[in-house]
Design a protein around this ligand. Structure first.
Ligand code: PGA
Length: 251
């Protein structure tokens, strides 16, 4: 009942021309297919070029981050108003690289989530534990805190526009991924947290993506799991053939 959702996070890779070439290849390969929701999030400087390349395609244009304010003296930031102008409909917020390399706190991520929802965007809220936290046995505590804080003051009616991405930090870009069973256990736990925060039916309806070294050869086993509804893909989203194999996991 939950539509599969595969998202590509291109991180700090690709010039505008390179990004447009990848987007065009994806758009033509996915023409006419509609079973799985698909999004790509290029770097900001490539948004316009990718928007052009995706014209007429059902692939959604995403952004990798957004500022907590719509405009103002915020040197180096990009606002949701600018992102809307660039054709973006969905933003990734609270990615672990933002949290750990750039010090984003739960409170900051929550401000971004609330503003993005108020501005009509869809949001992918990323949560996930570090290796140290997993080894310390506090994975559940960490993802529960990040989920609850990230969604603080978010109304139940807005949840349909929120996707949670569970991305264990130790699995991102490392080639080490959680086993489908381990990932599913955390997804089930997050669904329980959502049921506590909202209600059972809201929790059942929510899309929870897995992220962290998702590849063509592990996507099928991940997607077989009851609570895994899609993937947030980094490295393997940078080439059309590897990303397409993930998007077309059900073929
Ligand atoms: P990865 O990145 O697929 O390269 O591990 C995932 C992510 O950071 O979203």
């Amino acid at each position: 009942m939950r539509q599969p959702f595969i998202a590509g996070n291109w991180k700090m890779y690709k010039t505008a021309a390179e990004a447009a070439a990848l987007a065009s290849a994806l758009a033509s390969a996915l023409k006419g297919e509609s079973g799985t929701k698909v999004m790509v999030a290029p770097p900001f400087t490539a948004l316009q070029a990718v928007r052009e390349a995706l014209r007429g395609s059902r692939i959604l244009l995403g952004a990798q981050n957004a500022c907590t304010e719509l405009e103002g003296a915020h040197t180096g930031e990009i606002s949701l108003r600018m992102l809307r102008d660039a054709g973006v409909s969905l933003v990734i917020l609270g990615h672990s690289e933002r949290r750990h390399l750039y010090g984003e706190t739960d409170a900051l991520v929550n401000r971004k989530v609330r503003l993005a929802l108020a501005e009509g965007f869809e949001v992918i809220l990323c949560v996930g534990e570090t290796l140290e936290e997993r080894q310390g046995g506090i994975t559940e505590k960490v993802v529960e805190a990040q989920t609850a804080a990230g969604l603080a003051s978010v109304a139940g009616k807005d949840l349909a526009r929120v996707t949670i991405a569970y991305e264990p930090v130790w699995a991102i870009g490392t080639g080490k991924n959680a086993t489908p069973q381990d990932a599913d256990a955390v997804h089930r736990f997050i669904r329980g947290v959502l049921a506590q925060l909202y209600d059972e039916s809201a929790a059942r309806g929510m899309t929870i993506q897995y992220g962290g070294s998702v590849k063509a050869d592990n996507i099928r086993d991940l997607m077989k799991m009851e609570n895994i509804d899609g993937a947030l893909v980094g490295g393997a989203s940078l080439k059309a053939d590897t990303f397409l194999q993930i998007v077309q996991f059900d073929r």
